[in-house]
Design a protein around this ligand. Sequence first.
Ligand SMILES: Nc1ncnc2c1ncn2[C@@H]1O[C@H](COP(=O)(O)OP(=O)(O)OP(=O)(O)O)[C@@H](O)[C@H]1O
Length: 279
Amino acid sequence: MLRFDHVTKQFGAHKAIDDVSFTVEPGLITAVIGPNGAGKSTLVNMAAGSYSVTSGRILVNEVELQTLPKHRIAHAGLSRTYQNIRLFDGMSVLQNLEVVLVPPRIGTLVASTFGLTGRRAEGERRERCMAVLERLGLAPFADRLAGSLAYGQQKLVELARAIVNEPRVLLLDEPAAGLNHGETERLKHYILDVRTPDMAMVLIEHDMKLIMSISDRIIVMNRGTVLAQGTGAEIRANTAVQEAYLGQPGAIRDIEAAARGRRNRVRIRESESLTWHQP
Ligand SMILES: Nc1ncnc2c1ncn2[C@@H]1O[C@H](COP(=O)(O)OP(=O)(O)OP(=O)(O)O)[C@@H](O)[C@H]1O
């Protein structure tokens, strides 16, 4: 479970996150949505240790993340992907997973004590990474340089790398950004496939169709605060959210209606990029 407890983040005089509290439950996909600059990535960056927390606490199963050095956060069970792909382009796809694999602590101790490091440990690591690649349909690309893959495949490698340590909390920062329809559908399939009852998943996205089709809960951020939270149906019915989206009640319903109607394809594109109304 991931918990934000009265979290505030200040950049100089600017309060990017203002006293935000919410909980992300295991087994669920929780989407965090909101206009550009609402503070979504800042939440992820604080949880992952990339940004300090000005005040408040971020906890994974009651372990306070901000008390840990950044490299220990993966050990605490949190893993993330980035808005902009951050693979090691010059390494193979397999190596991209191997370098982030956290060794089991007891296993490592026993292995080093009895001199079992080396080929066996390496073989086990490789097997574990290959199993993840197979699960995401990436096994045929294992030996290819990550930088040589198509953009959509690289996004999937990011997902593979994020789950290789079997995290308790998985933060996906705009995984569908830049993907075409077919790639987004494939991503959706894999996101649903990799979730487990023990994993709390946070999905930051602008693609409303994807959000509404896979999220169990939605948290709507606006100007550094939580504007609303609930199920998709609750969020759709929330007047404050409707007013924030495109500045008129019924806007989300309109987006969905547009998504269903072929004749409105141009409008779908505009709507799905989420033009937010800022009063
Ligand atoms: N490193 C930083 N230094 C200064 N201000 C920052 C920094 N990172 C984010 N901000 C500010 O914090 C606010 C929230 O930004 P954030 O990137 O979290 O928004 P977002 O909701 O993720 O937006 P987007 O959808 O565009 O990614 C913005 O006003 C942004 O300018």
